[in-house]
Structure formats: C-alpha cells, structure tokens
Design a protein around this ligand. Structure first.
Ligand SMILES: Cc1cc2nc3c(=O)[nH]c(=O)nc-3n(C[C@H](O)[C@H](O)[C@H](O)COP(=O)(O)OP(=O)(O)OC[C@H]3O[C@@H](n4cnc5c(N)ncnc54)[C@H](O)[C@@H]3O)c2cc1C
Length: 436
C-alpha cells in the first residue's frame, strides 16, 4: 500500500510517521518550502529560527511526551514555572496564587469565590455532551455571575471570537479550563510551560527521518492542485507538472482548502464541508533585547486594544536558544475575511506599537530588534451549538480518500497533543482499510 499525504504540518508528518511504523510507505506533499504549517519556524533577518506563532507544550501533554521519548528527544524538552496575569484598567494584575486571585480588584468576595468555583466545577464535568447545547455565555453567567462575566469572561470571549460567540457552546471554555488547570502541578499549583529546543520543528524533523528511513518521501514547495477522482474513487494527486497515483490519499489541510482540492467529489459533500467556519489570526512578533512583562500570558480585557494578549514565550524558552532575543507575540483573532487581515504590515505595526506604548509608557522603541507580522486565514475550526453532526468523518464518501484535519478534534482544543493523538487514530483507520 502506498499513501499520499497532503500537508506537512504536525498532522501530516505525524500521520506519515505512524503509518511508517506499520510498514506503510508514504509521500507527503507540502505547499510551503518549510515543513511545520502553523507550528513551523520563521527565520529572522539575523538568521535565527523562531516559532512563527507562539507554542508551548504543557506538562500534562502525555501523548506528545511519549512521542518525544520514542524519538529520543526527552533531553531537548524543557519546562519552566510561568506566570499569567490580566491587564485590567491600565494595570497588570498577577493571577498566580490564591492570594493574588483574591485581590483582583474588579471582583467582590462572592464574585471571586464563584470564579474559583467555575474553574473547579469544570474539572468535575465528566459528560461534556451535556454542554454541547448550552451557550457559553449562559453557562458562565450561571456559574460565575454577572460581574465576573462582564469583567473577565466577556472581554476574553469577545477577543477570541472576533466579536461573535452567540453560537459557541460551553464545551469551548470547559476544554480550556481543563487544559489550563492541567498545567498546574503539585501541592503549590504552580503553572508550568515547556518547549522543545528548536521548537516543534525538532519533533517534526525526527519524524521526517523515520519516514524517510522507512522508504517514504517528503516534497517541500510542492502544492497539490487537485485530487483526481473518477467514478467516486480517488486515484491520484495532481501536482504542477504531473499526476501521482496512490492506493490511498489523506488530506490534512483545513476544510476550505480541502474543498477546493476536490471539485469532483459531489455537491452534497462539498456543501456539508462548507458548514464549518474558521477563525483567522493576525499575529505580530515583537523581538526585543530584553523582557517586556515577565508573564507567559497577559490577558487583555480592554475593548479598545486590538491584540487580545501579550504572550512572551521567552519566559519559558531560554533566550540562548533563540539568538539571545526576547520573543513577544501580540495576537488578534479575526474572521478569515476580516479587514484586519488586509491591513499592511506597516499599518499593523503603527497601530500595535501605539497601543503598546500607551500600555507601557516607559517602553523604549529602541529595544525592538525585529517586528514581523504573521497572518493565517484558517487557524482554528469553530464548533457551534449542537453541531457535532457537522464534524466530517475520517473516511470521506469518496473511495480511497481520507481526511485528517483539526476540524475533527472536538471538544479538545487543537494543539500538538490533540493533533498527534488524532493522527495516530487516522493511521489506524487508513492501515486497517488497506489490509481489507
Ligand atoms: C497562534 C497559535 C498558537 C498556538 N499555540 C499552540 C500551543 O501553545 N501549543 C500547541 O501544541 N499548539 C498550539 N497551536 C496549535 C497548533 O499550531 C496547530 O494545532 C497545529 O499546528 C495544526 O497542525 P495541522 O498539521 O493540523 O495544520 P497546519 O499546520 O495548518 O498544516 C497544514 C499544512 O498543509 C499545507 N497545505 C495546505 N494546502 C496544501 C496543498 N494544496 N498542497 C500541499 N500542502 C498544503 C499547509 O501549507 C500546512 O503546512 C497554536 C496555533 C496558533 C495559530
């Protein structure tokens, strides 16, 4: 059996690796000249490779850690204690201990108690299906109360969902609360974040070597143009100058891209795929000569600041691994077609740095070594209320054509942990079908 995989991000490469473990040869086609997709690197002007978007590995990411062990990468995995805070009414409020939590100014005693209870309650929800039809706003209002909702949850949701979250189920915030709580280990409940030295690309390169050792190939800068389908059977991938035949084809891109690759798949299936929406992202990376906040994540609750958080990854990545730089990401989630996606790099720089200067009046622009604007139209699938039936299955209605995409990951959040777990399951399905 030979398998053609479209996409060389975490999904595509880990799928290739798990198939290689079963003795299956794969060829992976990646449009970009570098592998990694959203988790791939960016080369700064001085030649330093850094994460294009901020990425952390959590101590609770069991599947990822197992993979690192399997690939002899454990020594390259580093964890550090980190801090998170809120930027509220022009001040930073640390939120790393019960005492700090109890001091958070916008909330009264009862609100703080209810906020703590919300986090705790989420850990005990066993049947998440019961949250699928509950709107996230209603759920948070019921548990946390109006004041906490208005001061904390609403600004966070508004920022994440580019304004609209009427159709968002409570499973979203539940998954997030469970994942974030899992980073806090031990009796003191300290938060920890980690990374692989070199970034996720270190893991992806190790998997690439295994794929190639098993006879597989990875083609970079090689976009698939179309999947050839005849009589409802996929038989080949059309590239720029040739069509390559495979026994099975797996697409790992986001659904709007997948859809464009299969114009001959039948209108009913194409219309079904169109029903999933995505979030996009504009995410400048500010490269500094010294730390900015000392917080891994600073959540911003002010409506007028366009970026939703300040994420300083060099709080857990030792700057020695990233050219001595300090890396600060300033993300803004947007709808894929939002006007923010169209703004030029210069416009973004002007707006972002203007707000940063207002937040930190003593910030000296001379500290900036680089300012790089990254954008992506499709970063996260949006799951609506009671919309589990819209999740496309791995086996498509087209014979020999499979789909392994982040839209199938629900209610877990999409990250290296959940994506590699999903890729392992898809490898089982593809291999089992090959054996039939
Ligand atoms: C801002 C941000 C922060 C994040 N933070 C974290 C974090 O802290 N921890 C964590 O674990 N995860 C994090 N993630 C999530 C993680 O990056 C993604 O879940 C993961 O990278 C998705 O991998 P993928 O392979 O499914 O998709 P992608 O990375 O999108 O890969 C799809 C690949 O397909 C390729 N492709 C598309 N069309 C074609 C075509 N026609 N032909 C060939 N190739 C094609 C693309 O170029 C791309 O490389 C974050 C993501 C973002 C955006």
């Amino acid at each position: 059996m030979n398998v053609g995989i479209i996409g060389g991000g975490i999904m595509g490469l880990s799928l290739g690796y798990f198939l290689a473990q079963q003795g299956i040869e794969t060829e992976i086609f990646e449009a970009s000249p570098t592998p990694g997709g959203l988790a791939g690197p960016l080369i700064l002007e001085d030649g330093t490779a850094v994460d294009r978007f901020y990425h952390a590995i959590l101590s609770s990411d069991g599947h990822l850690r197992e993979l690192c062990t399997e690939l002899n990468l454990v020594e390259r995995l580093n964890f550090r204690e980190t801090k998170m805070g809120f930027y509220y009414q022009n001040k930073i409020h640390s939120m790393n201990s019960v005492v700090e939590f109890l001091r958070f100014p916008p909330l009264g005693w009862i609100d703080r108690f209810r906020l703590g209870l919300t986090v705790l309650y989420a850990q005990f929800v066993r049947n998440w299906h019961q949250l699928e039809g509950v709107n996230v706003e209603q759920w948070l209002l019921r548990l946390s109360g109006r004041r906490t909702y208005e001061n904390i949850w609403r600004p966070l949701l508004k920022a994440k969902f580019d304004g609209g979250f009427d159709n968002t189920p409570a499973t979203y915030i539940w998954s997030r609360l469970v994942r974030m709580k899992s980073t806090r280990g031990g009796a003191n409940q300290k938060e920890e974040a980690g990374h692989l030295i070199g970034g996720y690309i270190t893991l992806l390169q190790a998997m690439t070597e295994k794929i190639e050792a098993a006879g597989g190939k990875i083609h970079l800068g090689c976009p698939a143009q179309k999947i050839e389908i005849e009589g409802n059977r996929a038989h080949g991938i059309r590239l720029r100058h040739e069509v390559r035949s495979f026994d099975a084809i797996v697409v790992t891109s986001q659904l709007p891209i997948f859809r464009r690759l299969i114009p001959d798949a039948g209108q009913e299936y194409l219309s079904f795929l169109d029903k999933t929406d995505y979030l996009g992202l504009v995410c400048p990376l500010l490269v500094l000569d010294r730390p900015l906040t000392g917080y891994w994540t600073l959540n911003i609750t002010n409506d007028n600041i366009p970026f939703t958080g300040i994420i300083e990854t060099t709080t857990y990545i030792d700057p020695q691994y990233v050219g001595g730089h300090h890396l600060v990401y300033l993300p803004k989630y947007t709808a894929p077609g939002s006007p923010w996606q169209q703004k030029s790099d210069d416009e973004i720089r002007l707006i972002w740095l203007g707000h940063l200067q207002a937040m930190f009046p003593h910030f000296d622009p001379a500290r900036i070594r680089h300012f790089v604007v990254n954008r992506a139209r499709y970063v996260e699938p949006l799951h609506g209320l009671n919309a589990a039936h819209l999740i496309p299955p791995v086996k498509t209605p087209v014979q020999n054509l499979y789909l392994a995409t982040t839209a199938q990951i629900y209610p877990a959040l999409t990250n290296g942990e959940s994506v590699t777990r999903h890729a392992r399951q898809v490898a089982e399905i593809v291999a089992a079908n090959g054996r039939q």
